[in-house]
Design a binder for this molecule. Structure first.
Ligand SMILES: C[S@@+](CC[C@H](N)C(=O)[O-])C[C@H]1O[C@@H](n2cnc3c(N)ncnc32)[C@H](O)[C@@H]1O
Length: 418
């Protein structure tokens, strides 16, 4: 069932508002129930455990070309019109046309494009040496080397000098040809949207690299490390769900999920200008404007809403390589409708993160975090996610408690002084 006609109206209100039964079913319906296990995948994180397909079953169809089906524009770049985003002045020369920031009129909700951009000072999620470590308005993000959530740490770390990237030759789309040994897995995960996935892979490997969003050495590994790994998570998402992808970066996993699952409504939440520009263009290029929107801002800004944008919430909130589980829960649970789930793509760190952060997650209104493996029998190793059901709506407890404590403290302090 396709919902390509889905519009912005499908986005529900504040995370805490909805009452009644959750639209989220506890188990996925998109595919026969996979053999979920609570065991930990060896790791789903590139590069250590890049997913590989199962043994190739006979001859494959050969390389998938990047030409997507009919509705997709043949070329990603073009002659844009509009206003340049000053943030683009820092872009590698010639790699990005600033006028593309706003995209063709009407294709992306302006309120989303122009969302607040200041970065969370606790922006430690921005990996070391990120190609895009300069936030639009906020403080430069400092990296958390070796932080636990990292499928992309290596991915981004390879592009710590965007200018250097820009000086490189534009990567060849051929670099991202679907390896024959992954073809079966790709067909299973993307079905008749495989051409669309190929178009996105090409975009990542060309514009994504040129614009410093991913490292040049990622290009040949895009299928195994990124597309298939992210697409495998689709089995955890119920039919027709609204998915918010926090810290989408170049579209992982949100854009991949939108490609693999046309029944979804997807909102990509990303604060950095260069990344949101890429996302907007990618959404347009792939012909996904009816089901995917781009919100420029932080997760907490998306949850809070503003005068121009209603608070966002979704049945499922995804995140990959964004923050450790406790911080992720603080950012993402307010975006999840009660009964819905946070689905955090993690690797070998999953069990450790749960051991370390489960208490914090529960304090924040989440249920006991669970490890799930996705894509078993399709990719090897399967993708590992941590899932957290939003069981309770928890207000800004810390702030209130802190204020009370602080008032009480001052009172008792004054008392003592008197
Ligand atoms: C390491 S990148 C991962 C990008 C993508 N998810 C991937 O797996 O390739 C982390 C992303 O999270 C975004 N981010 C960091 N803090 C955020 C916040 N508070 N709200 C939303 N996005 C955030 C950053 O801008 C960055 O694009």
């Amino acid at each position: 069932m396709t919902h390509d006609e889905t519009t912005a109206g499908a986005v529900s209100g504040p995370g805490g508002a909805p009452s009644g039964p959750s639209p989220v079913r506890p188990e996925p319906t998109a595919e026969p129930a996979p053999l979920f296990s609570d065991g930990i995948a060896d790791s789903a994180q590139p590069p250590a455990d890049a997913p590989r397909s199962g043994p190739p079953s006979g001859p494959v169809d050969g390389p998938v070309t990047s030409a997507p089906a009919g509705s997709i524009e043949p070329a990603f770049s073009g002659t844009p019109a509009g206003t340049a985003d000053p943030a683009f002045t820092a872009e590698p020369a010639g790699s990005v046309d600033p006028a593309f920031v706003d995209g063709p009129a009407g294709s992306v909700d302006p309120a989303f494009v122009d969302g607040p951009a200041e970065l969370d000072p606790a922006f430690a999620a921005e990996p070391a040496g990120s190609a895009d470590s300069t936030p639009v308005d906020g403080p430069a993000g400092s990296a958390a080397p070796g932080s636990a959530d990292e499928p992309s740490v290596d991915l981004y770390a390879e592009t710590d000098d965007p200018a250097a990237d820009a000086s490189e030759e534009r990567p060849s789309p051929a670099a991202v040809t679907l390896p024959p040994e992954l073809a079966e897995a790709a067909r299973t995960l993307f079905g008749d949207r495989l051409d669309l996935a190929a178009a996105y892979a090409e975009l990542l490997a060309t514009d994504g690299v040129v614009r410093g969003l991913i490292g040049p050495r990622e290009a040949p590994r895009i299928w195994e490390r990124h597309l298939l790994n992210c697409a495998a998570v689709a089995e955890r998402i119920p039919e027709g769900a609204t998915v918010l992808d926090v810290g989408s970066g170049a579209g992982l996993p949100g854009l991949v999920l939108a490609i693999a699952r046309p029944d979804l409504t997807v909102i990509l939440i990303e604060p950095l200008a260069r990344r949101t520009s890429f996302l907007i263009e990618a959404v347009q290029h792939l012909g996904l404007t009816k089901m995917v929107r781009v919100f420029r801002g932080r997760a907490d800004e998306a949850a809070a809403g503003s005068r121009d944008a209603a608070p966002l919430s979704g049945d499922i909130v995804t995140a990959r390589a964004v923050a450790p589980l406790d911080r992720l829960a603080a950012w993402c649970l307010p975006l999840v409708v009660p009964g819905g789930r946070l689905v955090a793509l993690k690797g070998a760190s999953a069990a450790d993160e749960i051991a370390e952060h489960a208490e914090a997650v529960i304090r924040l209104g989440g249920g006991q975090p669970e490890v799930r493996r996705c894509g078993e029998g399709v990719i090897e190793p399967p993708a590992t996610v941590i899932e957290v059901v939003r069981e309770r709506v928890v207000g800004p407890v810390r702030k209130k408690a802190a204020a009370k404590r602080s008032r009480g403290g001052r009172r008792s302090g004054r008392g003592r002084d008197r």
